[in-house]
Ligand binder design. Sequence first.
Ligand SMILES: [Ca+2]
Ligand SMILES: [Ca+2]
Length: 595
Amino acid sequence: VLHARKAAETRGPTTRDLAVEVTAARGVGDDGVVLSWPRGPANVRHVVIRRRDDSGAFRELLTSDDGSLTRFEDRLSRGTAAEYWVHRDHNGPPFESEGHLYVGFDRPAVLDRGDIAVVIDRSIEAPLHTEITRLLDDLEGDGYRPIPILVARDDTVPSVKARILSLWSSTQHRLRTALLLGHVPVPYSGALAPDGHRGPVHGLVHFGAWPADLYYGELDADWTDSAIDTRRYHHQQAFSWIENLPGDGKFDQTTLYRPGMHEPHIPGEPTPRTDVEFDRPPVPNGEVELEVGRVDFADMPSFRPLSEVDLLRRYLDKNHRFRRGEIKLAHRGLVDDGFGYTMKEDGWAKFPFAAVAYRSYSAFFGPTAAQEGHLFAPHEGEPFAWAYAAGAGSFDSCEGVGQTSDFVAHGAQAGFLILYGSYYGDWNTSDNFWRASIASDGPTVAAIWNAPMWELQHMGLGAPIGTSTRHTQNVHTLVHLALMGDPTLHMLYAKPPKSLEARGHGAFIELTWPAVEGATGYVVLRGPLLSDSTTERRPLRVLTQQSVHETTFLDEAPSAEEPRYLVRAVTRQETASGTYDDASEAVSVVSDLNR
Ligand SMILES: [Ca+2]
Ligand SMILES: [Ca+2]
């Protein structure tokens, strides 16, 4: 053992050493929780901080010079949740490491997820009418009220934004999410190079306005188009489409200023310039309002003969199966890190991004969940829940990982992807590697581009990936941070009941359904008939405030206006972040007995 220990100390740091692989368990008493993590090097200092949901501020709970520390006990009322960060200061490389966890036990099922704007590219609505209607049903079955908005590809981005803003005010700010489906007009903003290609010494210059779907989610900021002229700073710009000029429709904002926020630091890149025209007073626009994600397969010729509509249909089919628990994922995460740990001249890590994978996988599934391997290597058994893949990139490749053609041929064996590499983070490009990942035939339903590093810990307690997207945007405030995929998807899905039957019982309606294995209860809801896929839906009425334990329910006050019934199965999910009740997708039936 001493031998192995010695070897570990002399091998030099790896990216994994940048993560503290924390997990949570129940502690002593009604509200005890225990955080634990593998022992680190001897000469480190530990800091534990916590942020409760209701306060929003981080509080330091512990500072300890005890390098052998491997656990921390706290009290957290059952049903509530808090975010914990375990931070380690090292005397030498890697200097610091961090674990992030969102912890809660006995969390109740989330039945109301607010309203979602489903912004649909009008040109794909007719050929995909059936699939889009099914998606809206699925969203409703998952607790959202879907509100479709049809837009044209050649609409301006401010006109699309105006539709979202009008929904935001008409729904009294119940709007929480936006799914962009098809080639919804693409906003561009800022003067940045988050992949590091800021000048000719860094390869082809890639400094300018990047695609910025965050524009559709940040609703009260002042988006201007008058200050930035990238020609003044980079005459060697290699890609004309990201040139940003006054009045060209691309916005000025690189970050979302907020009072008290300092400029974010991207590892491996100088702090964004503040001497361009950004030295204006902070805009008090608060947090990003909406959780936004995009499913857009425009200009993907490598997938021929499959058309854009074929790819969208395939994604929507995959999405539907995923929600119903029909795509089984192993509770493991893959790491394919083509960069590894490299130090800069000042000794700090240059490509620390894979740390996100290690710290998230342990928060989701425990410290043994991470496995190193190749993204496109043949894989036996169930796909990974997550995979991380990074390497020197181009628009359609990631060195040492693969190319867009690999996604065309077979896809990656993972549900959620964390990608990093140059260029393809600028995603509105032909055969783009990032967008190809979710267009593939593989199980991948959502993918992120991980610079700066994302905050995925909320997904450990069942939050949708849109929550992590918005959270990451609020932490780093950079406009290019975006999600490819449906923002409402989360990691684990309970199985819904297989069928639902409604029978007359005097003046009552009796519902019956087959039991779902492992379910702890059921939730019954009622709503009006649906007339058309593109009409607005009313919120569903929850008939059972507590979930029922039988597989039958008697509606003693049926309503002719609300003949549609839905039943969701509730299952207890357990992760390395805690336990929560998870309501499945719904099964539904229309009763014609009371008309
Ligand atoms: Ca501009
Ligand atoms: Ca805001």
